[in-house]
Design a protein around this ligand. Structure first.
Ligand SMILES: [Zn+2]
Length: 317
């Protein structure tokens, strides 16, 4: 079957360049953590990367999961005029995606099909893919199965988080369908979740490019720090209660686009056997309003790439 491991990468474009002037504290830490995740995932030499995104701009706003059936997908990390030069494309395995679509259909789960010659990608996909770009240098570069998680009508992280708790049973079910389908494949598989933690941290930062779009009217909540700490606790234990009970109780206030995908990862790793996965949290921080975590869960407990070693960056005061 072989699931080689799972990974979580955040997707705020602010983490792409830690060398910008006035860059808030924590960006470099997350940036380095994401680089480490990218190196570990590449060292697994996967043949297929299952990439879960909570947004997926080309899917109509729909409460159904989306499956990309286009041969490729491309886009930039452009947000409000910044980060436009981060551009890349991925190759999608549309045969494997069609197989998953059929599997979901026969299980009574309706999906949104994203068809055409090339699907557009948004920063929510491009940012994590940027840290995974080492995959394209492998002798056999993997193809992707790109899946957008259900988004309630209206689509923003605030709207998503209002109903995230009610979607837990659906997401657990979706994760077990995905696990079952992957178990029928002979490919070596890596599963990567794109997502940010709580969006409601208080921050003293005043630079617009590091802050939420004012139109989102993002509130500040005491739940943010607690939510992020609970997710880290889950990531270091894989005890599902931390996600499906404790984080679920706070997600509405914390506002997190990663939550639904974390439930899916929990379901997949539970089906596979959580004890098989070693857990590595490379970074967790909240540079401004949004919390982020860079982590991998690896089936083989050995360090997969002996020359790889992660040294935390030295932060300037
Ligand atoms: Zn997001």
């Amino acid at each position: 079957m072989p699931i080689l491991g799972c990974a979580i990468l955040p997707h705020s474009p602010m983490i792409l360049d830690p060398n910008r002037e006035g860059c808030p504290d924590g960006i470099r830490e997350i940036h380095e953590g994401c680089k480490a995740v990218g190196q570990v995932v590449a060292s697994w030499e996967p043949e297929l990367v299952v990439f879960l995104t909570p947004h997926g701009i080309s899917a109509p706003k729909s409460p159904r999961p989306g499956i990309y059936l286009t041969p490729s997908a491309t886009g930039t990390a452009e947000q409000a005029g910044n980060w436009a030069d981060y551009e890349l494309a991925i190759q999608i395995d549309s045969e494997i995606a069609t197989g998953f679509l059929n599997h979901l259909g026969s299980s009574g789960v309706a999906c949104v099909k994203i068809t055409g010659t090339e699907a557009p990608l948004a920063p929510s996909e491009i940012v994590p893919l940027w840290f995974l770009r080492g995959l394209s240098l492998l002798k056999r570069a993997p193809r992707f199965m790109l899946l957008s998680l259900p988004t309630p009508i209206g689509g923003t992280s605030i709207i998503r988080s209002e109903s995230s708790k009610e979607r837990v049973p659906d997401m657990l079910m979706y994760g077990s369908h995905l696990h079952k389908y992957l178990s029928w494949l002979s490919h070596r598989v890596a599963i990567v979740l794109s997502g940010d933690l709580a969006h409601t941290h208080a921050t003293a930062c005043k630079v617009p490019m590091y802050l939420p779009n004012p139109e989102w009217k993002m509130p500040v909540s005491d739940a943010a720090a607690v939510f992020d700490a609970i997710v880290e606790k889950w990531a270091s234990t894989l005890n599902g209660d931390f996600i499906t009970r404790d984080a679920a109780a706070l997600v509405k206030q914390a506002i997190s686009c990663a939550f639904d995908g974390l439930v899916v990862l929990q379901a997949i790793m539970e089906k596979e056997g959580t004890s098989k996965f070693s857990r590595h949290i490379f970074a967790r921080h909240r540079p401004t309003y949004v919390g982020m975590i860079a982590a991998v869960f690896q089936v083989d407990k050995r360090v997969p790439c002996p020359e790889f070693s992660y040294t935390p960056p030295v932060l300037s005061e």
